[in-house]
Design a protein. Structure first.
Length: 339
């Protein structure tokens, strides 16, 4: 099935995109968007909608023309030079289809380094950071015609160095909060958390990762919050990356979480109106944007389903750059029973 794109000009930027595809000028990218910096601009793909061709936002047409023909074909390349901002459709016919597939793979590998939903609760094994770094480095070399520098690899390394590596991790079981005799549990619940608000490898990505209860004891109402740590997550997290819990009812409180074993937890005096329940948001200060993402729960569920499917077919996936698994995915599938 052929893909078509439109070419348009917006404030001096040239945009090549399939209908409805996300771009870097749309605002905050969704958690399903693959983003890659390239020579002369940026490429984006939606992981969930599965557009065959990327969207491109180009700030240097002459530099981008070194690869536009390879990814989109001669028709689009010529139209980019000649276009005056019309919105007619052009058919995508990559001159180098294998390179077009590998640049998607590089975007996916970088996405996985940030958004892979590792979860003990949901049975999604984490990716080996060393394998992922090595594959990103190899893909950078394979896509040298398109990629602008080695920033992709540096971003992964800075992240893993901040949170530690596998040999520093521990899986000691954390304590489970208990209710004192005579205390009354007024409300309790479980929820997920906004993946955009914490760095990778910190919290379990499940929709059951966050739990809370409102307890009345000795004339005082308190709220207890816990969040499950990510599988194989480093225990000694730098203080500036410690998560916090914003607890909202009629009133609101904001408290830091403390790591013990496999749990991050906190206990605080309940805000007004907590007797019938609270809403809990987990975040790390300075990470992400504090605004709701449309259909966030549904989108996270779709991502879990997609990566779970990829792990299940690691042994028999087609041998092409788009559908074949990353080396880190193969290793994760092999370790699934005991991670």
């Amino acid at each position: 099935m052929s893909t078509t794109v439109r070419i348009r000009n917006r404030d001096g930027l040239w945009i090549i995109a399939p209908e409805g595809a996300p771009t870097v000028v749309d605002g905050t990218a969704g958690i399903d968007v693959l983003v890659l910096e390239v020579a002369g601009g940026h490429l984006t793909w939606s992981l969930l909608t599965g557009h065959a061709a990327p969207a491109a936002v180009i700030d240097d047409r002459s530099l981008a023309q070194e690869w536009v023909w390879a990814i989109y074909g001669q028709e689009v390349s010529l139209a980019l030079d000649e276009s005056n901002g019309d919105t007619r459709e052009y058919t995508v016919e990559p001159a180098l289809p294998d390179l077009a597939a590998r640049i998607w793979r590089l975007g996916y590998a970088r996405w996985a380094a940030r958004w892979w939903p590792a979860s003990t609760l949901d049975g999604i094994a984490p990716l080996d950071e060393h394998l992922l770094e090595d594959e990103i480095a190899a893909l950078n070399e394979e896509c040298e015609l398109i990629v602008d520098g080695a920033d992709a690899l540096e971003e992964i390394r800075s992240s893993t160095e901040t949170l530690g590596r596998a040999e520093d991790y521990a899986l000691a079981a954390g304590p489970v909060a208990t209710v004192a005799p005579g205390a009354l549990v007024l409300a309790r619940g479980t929820a997920g958390w906004d993946w955009r608000r914490c760095p990778p490898g910190l919290l379990d990505a499940s929709e059951r990762a966050v739990s809370w209860e409102v307890v009345r004891d000795a004339g005082t109402t308190i709220v207890r919050v816990s969040a499950v740590a990510a599988p194989l997550s480093v225990v000694d997290v730098p203080a500036h990356l410690h998560p916090r819990a914003r607890i909202q009812a009629a009133g609101a409180v904001d408290v830091p979480l403390i790591r013990e074993g496999e749990l991050w937890h906190a206990e605080t005096a309940a805000p007004a109106g907590s007797e019938s329940g609270v809403a809990v948001a987990i975040y790390v200060p300075g990470v992400g944007v504090d605004e709701p993402e449309p259909d966030a729960v549904s989108r996270r569920a779709q991502i879990r389903a997609l990566v779970t499917a990829r792990l299940r077919r690691t042994a028999d996936a087609p041998d092409n750059p788009v559908e074949s698994p990353l080396l880190a995915e193969i290793a994760a599938a092999a370790s699934d029973s005991d991670f």
